[in-house]
Design a protein around this ligand. Structure first.
Ligand code: AMP
Length: 272
């Protein structure tokens, strides 16, 4: 990877990086399309990063199909797929980690201790290896996007973090490789997640600004699905991700819901 990047850099090309964990779907491919359009050379990393998974999470089960992913990425104009072995990314004795404080405390950071430390560490390593001018991430992982923007700013990383909209299935469910773990009945019920966010948006547009009232409505819609278990429903501002009691400015409504062992997240941003 370093040799390829050295050559590309010598030609003065702008490098776009799309970090993923593989099992590609239209969400990933939308990032790739943007990278290809805006950059001269596009790299997609496919790496299931062990250090961002907690005990009992789905690291081992994370679906892997590098052959299919390579074919798809190639068809979307990706120049190189970078899929390093775990033991090269974290050789024995590896001991350096990147941690963003504050922004990582709530939401998924609270439910998944150590998760963002794993994400920021691997993304820093990928940035150092690929040296992109632009790196592409999805709004689907809203907190992750903010955390990475903060990291890039705080650590003077010379690149632009580009965040692109959530790509959804026809029934509104945010695309995710985890959707494939759902049973047919769970999959059907999972559409309730986006419906709950739409209900919140409708309330806000009709003038409701009381956070508790909106959260209660979101929870009620999700609870309508008997297989859904709510991890969190939060309404926060989009700067520091602090909870809002009264909605004002840009508000992030973020939810995490479990269907069986499968944890799904989604969010919308509403301007009040
Ligand atoms: P993952 O492979 O799940 O780590 O995701 C890799 C990148 O794709 C991350 O930046 C995600 O935010 C983004 N992504 C995942 N799902 C979607 C989606 N449904 N829409 C847009 N971006 C997505």
């Amino acid at each position: 990877m370093k040799t390829i990047i050295r050559e590309v850099k010598e030609q003065g090309k702008l490098i776009g990086l799309v970090p993923t964990m593989g099992c590609l779907h239209q969400g990933h491919l939308s990032l790739l399309e943007a990278a290809r359009e805006e950059c001269d050379f596009t790299v997609m990393s496919i790496f299931v990063n062990p250090i961002q998974f907690g005990h009992g999470e789905d690291y081992e089960e994370s679906p892997r199909d590098l052959e299919r992913d390579s074919r798809l990425a190639g068809a979307y104009g990706c120049d190189v797929i970078f899929s390093p072995p775990v033991k090269e990314m974290y050789p024995p004795g590896y001991s350096t980690f990147v941690h963003v404080e504050g922004l990582t405390a709530g939401l998924c950071g609270a439910s998944r201790p150590g998760h963002f430390r794993g994400v920021t560490t691997v993304v820093t390593k990928l940035f150092n290896l690929v040296r992109p001018g632009r790196a592409y991430f999805g709004q689907k992982d809203a907190q992750q996007a903010l955390v990475l923007k903060k990291m890039a700013g705080d650590l003077n990383m010379n690149l632009e973090i580009v965040i692109l909209p959530v790509v959804r299935e026809e029934d509104g469910l945010a695309m995710s490789s985890r959707n494939s773990y759902l049973s047919p009945e769970q999959r059907k019920q999972a559409a309730v997640i986006y419906k709950s966010l739409q209900a919140a948006e409708k309330m806000i547009l009709s003038g409701v600004i009381d956070s508790e009232e909106i959260k209660r409505a979101v929870e009620a819609v999700i609870s309508g699905a008997d297989l859904a278990r709510i991890d969190y429903v939060e309404i926060v501002e989009t700067g520091e991700l602090q909870p809002l009691s009264v909605l004002e400015g840009q508000c992030l409504i973020a939810v995490a819901v479990k269907f069986g062992a499968t944890r799904l997240i989604d969010n919308i941003i509403v301007e009040v």
